[in-house]
Design a protein. Structure first.
Lengths: 368, 596
C-alpha cells in the first residue's frame, strides 16, 4: 500500500488558527505551481500508488483546467492505474457544480469538505470566509453529483461553541449524507493570530474534552465508528489514505512542506514555495532513518491511534524481528496491566477513557 | 623590609574603591592605560554587580618624592555587608588602610563597620575623602562625620578625586610616610598567613600569602599549621597584577606559593604556613572566623551529576572559604548539599558563581537560618533545616537568631524605614543623628527577615539611600511554628518553612495557591495542603487533565508528531517527582519569590 499526497499551499485568506504552510494565491502562480509538481513527480517515476490525496491550503482554488493538468501531468510518470481512493479537499466557498464536475472528471471519488462549523458566528470568529449555508450547499452538490464518499472536517473548541451548536451541526451533517467526519480539537499553534490574541469565549481544554466526548457519543449513536483518534466513519468509508499513515505505510508527498515515507526513510520538502517552483526536486530536508527498534516503536505508536483495529505486535515482529520488539512488548504489557491499554490476547488498543489523554501513553510507547 | 608598605582600601560600596585602585596602579606604572577596566575586579560577576568579592593583591614599585624606592602591596577587600569575614582576613595581611568616603554620600553603614574592623586590627588608618570633583561634594560634613562617628582625626584626611587623579600622588606619599613598614625578621622561622587562595587546574591550590617572618624559596618544605600536612614549594612569586614567579619571598612581603597542593581540604584560608623544622611556631591569631548565617540546600537538576557537584563545591570552597557545606538528602530532591553562607547577598553570588563558573545546573531550596529548637526534654537543637525539626509535640519552643542592624538613612525616609523594620518584627534600639540630614537607626531584627527580602525592601523604601550593616546579636524565643507542605499526601521536605504563628496561615495559603498554578495538571487529581503538626491550614486541588492528545495529521508528518511527544517528555525530565506528582523546580524557590 502506497499513498500519494499533493500539497496545494494556497489560500484566499489564512484562518487565524492555521499554522500549515500556505500563502495567498497569486495570479498566474497556480499554473507554474502545477508544472513544478508535475516536474517533482518525475523523481518518483514508475512508482505505483493506491491512494491519492490533494490537500492544502485550498486545492479547490485550482479550478478545472489546473486540476486536469495536474492529474494528467503526474499520470505520465506515476502509476495511478491501481488507485482505489482519490480525495480532494474542497472549501465551501469554492464548491460550485462546475468544480465538482471537474473533480469527478479528474477521477476523484472522495471529497473532504472544510465545513469546520455550521454556526456563522463561530466561522467568522476564526476568519473563515464561508458561511454555514455555503457549507451545506457544498455537501448537497457533491451528493447530487454522485459522490458517495463525502467527508467533512469539524473543529471542536471554536470561540463561542457550545454543545447545542455542535450537536445541531452534527445532526445536519449526518442528515445530509456525510459518511466520514474528522473532529479536530482547536489548538493554539505558536505564532498564529489566534494564539497571540485568543478571544475571551474560547473554550478551554476541559470544555473541548467535554464537547469531544459528547460528539463522540452522538456519532457512535449514528452508526459511525470512532476508528482513529480524530476520525469517525460509517462502515466502509474510512479514509484509506490516512489509514496508511497510521499503519506505517509508504507515501510520497509532493509540494513544499510535504512529508514522505519511502524505503524506510522519512523526509520532507522545505516549506519554501519560491525555492520549490525554481527547483521542484531540490528542497528535501530532515531526512530521517530510524533503526529497526525505533521504527517498530514508532509504528506501534501510530497503530495505537487506530481505536478499532488496534496493534498486533506479531505483525511488527514479522517485519522488524522478535528481538527488536521485545522491549516494546514489555512496555505495552505494563501499560495494559495499568489499564492504559486493553489487550485482548492478540491486539492492544487504547482504553477508551484515555483517548483524549493519550500523549503520555504514546511517549511511553516511543520510550525516549 | 623598611621599604615595604602593605595596605588595603576600605569603603562603602560604590564609594570609588576600584577606581582608586586603578589610579594607584597607573601612577606606579604597573598599569599603563585603563580602558574602563577595573583591574582588581576580574570576575564578570563582580563587574556586573559592581562589588569586589574576592580579595587579591598587587605588588607595585614606587619612588617617593624624596627619591626613596618602595614596594607597595595593595590588598583588595570586598565592600559588602555579608563579607566582613573576607575583609577581616585581608586586613590581617596589612599594616595600614585607606578609609575611602564618597564626598557626595558621606559615611555609610559599611564605612563604619569596616573602619571598626581596621581599628580593631590595629591598622594605621588614612582617611580619604573621594569624589571632591562632584558638585554635590560635602567635604566639611564628611570630616565631621569621620570625627563624630569614627573618632578619626580629620586634619590629616586627604582630599582626592580618583576619577581624575587629583590628590592621588599625595595619597601615595601618605602611604609611605604614615603607614609603618612590616615588622618581623627573615632570619626567624617561617610564619605566613594564607589570606586567600585559588585553584589552578594544572598547579593545584595556590594560596595567597603574607609573610610575617622567615623566607620562602623554591624547594623549601612547608607545613600547614592546622593540618600538619607538609608540601614542597615548587614556585613562589607575586602579582603584578599578572602572576610573576620570583626567587624568593621574605618577611613582610605579599605573594603566592605553589606547592602542588591537590586537595581543597588540605589548606584553609586563615591558616598559618610554618616550617616543618619549627613545628612549635604558633599560628597567627586574631583571625575572625566565618560564621555562616544563612543556609540552603542545593541539588543537581540531573541526579547523575551529584559527583560533578561534589567536585565543583570542593574547588569553589578554595575560592570562597567562607562557604561551608555538608551532605544532605531530600526525599523530593535526592542527594545534594546543604550550604552555609555569610548572608543573603553572599548566597546569591555564590549560587550564581556555581552555576556560571562551575557550570552546575542546580536547584536551590528556600534559605533558612539556624534555629534553636528546645525540646520538651530540655535539649537545645541547632537546626539549619526546618525539615529536620522534631515532631511538633516534642518541641517546647523555638528560638531564632537576632541581628543588630545599623541603618543610615536620610531624614526623609526615616518613617518608611521604621515602618518597614517594625513590620519585619524589628525592635528599635536607638536613633541618632550623625549629621543634620541623616539618621542612624539601630534595630534588633530576626535574621530570618533578611532571608525574605528585608534588605531589598529597605533599599526600595529609601529610594536606594539607606545603607545597612549588621552583626549577630544572639537568640530570642519567638512564637514560631513549622509549616509543612503536602503534595498528594506526600510531605515535601524541601518546602517546609518556619513562620511566626500569626503569619503561618496566610503564608501557607499563599504558597499553596502559587503551587497550584505552578504544578502542571496530571491525569489524576492532586491535593495540595499546608499543615502545622497534623493540622491542615490550607488546601487546594489541581483538577485532572482531560485533554492531552495530538489530533492533527500534519499531512503525514510523523517525525513532527514524534518530536512533539519527545519535547513534552523532555520537559518532564526537568521535573522532580514527589510520589507520583511531577513538580517543577521553580516550586522549590517559590517561598523566596513570594516575598517580593
Amino acid at each position: 500500500m502506497r499513498g500519494l499526497y499533493i500539497h496545494l499551499p494556497f489560500c484566499v485568506k489564512k484562518c487565524s488558527y492555521c499554522d500549515f504552510y500556505s500563502l495567498p494565491a497569486r495570479l498566474g502562480s497556480l499554473e507554474s505551481y502545477v508544472q513544478a509538481v508535475v516536474h517533482e513527480s518525475c523523481r518518483y517515476a514508475g512508482l505505483s500508488f493506491q491512494t491519492l490525496y490533494l490537500g492544502g491550503g485550498t486545492p479547490s482554488l485550482l479550478g478545472a483546467r489546473n486540476l486536469r493538468n495536474l492529474v494528467g501531468g503526474i499520470r505520465k510518470s506515476l502509476d495511478l492505474s491501481k488507485l482505489v481512493e482519490s480525495t480532494i479537499e474542497v472549501n465551501p466557498e469554492s464548491a460550485t457544480s462546475e468544480l465538482f464536475e471537474a473533480v469527478k472528471e479528474a477521477g476523484f471519488n472522495r471529497v473532504s469538505i472544510g465545513v469546520q462549523s455550521l454556526s456563522d458566528h463561530e466561522l467568522q470568529s476564526v476568519g473563515r470566509i464561508h458561511n454555514a449555508a455555503q457549507a451545506i450547499e457544498a455537501i448537497k452538490i457533491a451528493r447530487r453529483l454522485g459522490f458517495k464518499s463525502v467527508s467533512v472536517d469539524i473543529i471542536i473548541g471554536l470561540p463561542g461553541q457550545s454543545w447545542s451548536t455542535l450537536r445541531k451541526a452534527l445532526e445536519t451533517l449526518v442528515g445530509a449524507g456525510v459518511a466520514h467526519i474528522s473532529l479536530y480539537c482547536l489548538s493554539l499553534e505558536e505564532g498564529t493570530p489566534l494564539e497571540k490574541s485568543p478571544p475571551e469565549d474560547l473554550p478551554l481544554d476541559d470544555t473541548q474534552a467535554q464537547l469531544f466526548e459528547q460528539a463522540r457519543a452522538f456519532l457512535l449513536g449514528c452508526e459511525f465508528a470512532h476508528y482513529e483518534i480524530s476520525n469517525f466513519a460509517l462502515k466502509g468509508y474510512e479514509c484509506l489514505h490516512n489509514l496508511n499513515y497510521w499503519r506505517g505505510g509508504e507515501y510520497v508527498g509532493l509540494g513544499p512542506a510535504a512529508a514522505s515515507h519511502l524505503y524506510g526513510r522519512r523526509f520532507r520538502n522545505r516549506a519554501d514555495l519560491d525555492a520549490y517552483v525554481e527547483r521542484p526536486d531540490g528542497i528535501i530536508e530532515d531526512v530521517e532513518e530510524l533503526n529497526a527498534r525505533d521504527k517498530a516503536s514508532e509504528e506501534a505508536m501510530l497503530r495505537l491511534r487506530l481505536l478499532v483495529e488496534g496493534l498486533d505486535v506479531s505483525e511488527l515482529a514479522a517485519r522488524f524481528g522478535q528481538d527488536n520488539i521485545e522491549p516494546l512488548t514489555s512496555r505495552l504489557d505494563r501499560m495494559a496491566h495499568d489499564r492504559l491499554l486493553v489487550f485482548d490476547g492478540l491486539r492492544y488498543r487504547l482504553t477508551p477513557s484515555r483517548i483524549l489523554t493519550s500523549n503520555p501513553i504514546f511517549a511511553e510507547v516511543l520510550c525516549f | 623590609m623598611d621599604s615595604i608598605r602593605n595596605f588595603c582600601i576600605i569603603a562603602h560600596i560604590d564609594h570609588g574603591k576600584s577606581t582608586l585602585a586603578d589610579r594607584i596602579l597607573e601612577l606606579t606604572g604597573v598599569l599603563h592605560t585603563t580602558a574602563n577596566a577595573q583591574v582588581l575586579d576580574s570576575m564578570d560577576l563582580e563587574r556586573e554587580r559592581g562589588i569586589t568579592i574576592k580579595a587579591k593583591s598587587v605588588r607595585m614599585p614606587y619612588q617617593s618624592g624624596s627619591g626613596e624606592k618602595y614596594t607597595l602591596n595593595l590588598i583588595d577587600t570586598p565592600g559588602h555587608v555579608d563579607f566582613n569575614y573576607e575583609v577581616s582576613r585581608s586586613l590581617k595581611a596589612c599594616e595600614g588602610a585607606i578609609l575611602l568616603v564618597d564626598a557626595s554620600q558621606g559615611v555609610e553603614a559599611q564605612t563604619i563597620a569596616n573602619a571598626y574592623l581596621a581599628i580593631d586590627a590595629g591598622l594605621e588608618i588614612i582617611p580619604v575623602i573621594n569624589k571632591i570633583d562632584l558638585p554635590m561634594a560635602m567635604i566639611d560634613e564628611c570630616r565631621l562625620q569621620l570625627e563624630d562617628m569614627l573618632g578619626l582625626l580629620t586634619n590629616s584626611a586627604l582630599l582626592i578625586s580618583a576619577k581624575d587623579g587629583t590628590g592621588v600622588p599625595d595619597l601615595l606619599e601618605a602611604i609611605v610616610s604614615r603607614i609603618p613598614p612590616p615588622r618581623g625578621s627573615s632570619d626567624e622561622p617561617l610564619k605566613c598567613l594564607i589570606f586567600d587562595s585559588y585553584y589552578d587546574s594544572y598547579r593545584g591550590v595556590i594560596p595567597h600569602i603574607r609573610l610575617f617572618s622567615g623566607s620562602l624559596h623554591c624547594g623549601d618544605r612547608i607545613m600547614i599549621k592546622s593540618t600538619s600536612k607538609v608540601f614542597e614549594v615548587d614556585e613562589v612569586g607575586y602579582f603584578l597584577p599578572q602572576i610573576t614567579p620570583s626567587d624568593r619571598l621574605v618577611a613582610g612581603e605579599v605573594g603566592y606559593v605553589g606547592a602542588t597542593i591537590r586537595k581543597a581540604g588540605d589548606i584553609h584560608v586563615g591558616d598559618t604556613i610554618i616550617s616543618p623544622d619549627y613545628v612549635e611556631t604558633p599560628a597567627i591569631l586574631g583571625f575572625k572566623h566565618s560564621q555562616p548565617m544563612v543556609f540552603c540546600g542545593i541539588y543537581p537538576i540531573d541526579s547523575n551529576d551529584y559527583g560533578k557537584l561534589t567536585t565543583a563545591l570542593e574547588k569553589f570552597q578554595l575560592n570562597d572559604s567562607s562557604i561551608v557545606y555538608e551532605k544532605e538528602s531530600s526525599a523530593a530532591l535526592g542527594h545534594g548539599y546543604r550550604l552555609g553562607f555569610l548572608g543573603m547577598l553572599h548566597m546569591e553570588i555564590a549560587l550564581e558563581r556555581l552555576k556560571r563558573e562551575y557550570e552546575q545546573e542546580l536547584i536551590s531550596t528556600m534559605p533558612s537560618v539556624v534555629y534553636k529548637v528546645v525540646t520538651t526534654r530540655g535539649e537545645a537543637l541547632m537546626l539549619d533545616n526546618p525539615s529536620k525539626f522534631p515532631p511538633t509535640h516534642y518541641i517546647d519552643h523555638i528560638e531564632e537568631p537576632i541581628i543588630r542592624a545599623r541603618i543610615i538613612v536620610p531624614n526623609d525616609f526615616v518613617g518608611a524605614c521604621m515602618e518597614l523594620s517594625e513590620s519585619k518584627r524589628g525592635t528599635m534600639v536607638s536613633m541618632e543623628n550623625p549629621d543634620t540630614r541623616r539618621a542612624l537607626l539601630t534595630y534588633d531584627l530576626p535574621l530570618a527577615e533578611m532571608t525574605t527580602g528585608y534588605y531589598d525592601k529597605l533599599k526600595s523604601v529609601s529610594r536606594g539611600y539607606a545603607s545597612m550593616d549588621y552583626d549577630l546579636a544572639g537568640y530570642r524565643s519567638g512564637d514560631l511554628v513549622k509549616v509543612d507542605i503536602l503534595v498528594k499526601e506526600n510531605q515535601v521536605d524541601a518546602l517546609s518553612f518556619v513562620a511566626v504563628r500569626d503569619s503561618a496561615v496566610p503564608r501557607g495559603r499563599a504558597l499553596i495557591h502559587k503551587l497550584r498554578k505552578l504544578i502542571p495538571r496530571h491525569l489524576f487529581e492532586i491535593t495540595l495542603q499546608a499543615a502545622i503538626g497534623g493540622k491542615i491550614i490550607a488546601r487546594e486541588d489541581i483538577a485532572p487533565v482531560r485533554k492531552d492528545v495530538l489530533a492533527k495529521c500534519y499531512g503525514g508528518d510523523i517525525t513532527r508528531k514524534r518530536k512533539l511527544l519527545e519535547k513534552q517528555k523532555e520537559g518532564k525530565k526537568r521535573m522532580k517527582m514527589v510520589g507520583s506528582v511531577e513538580v517543577p523546580q521553580e516550586a522549590f524557590m517559590l517561598l523566596l519569590k513570594m516575598e517580593e
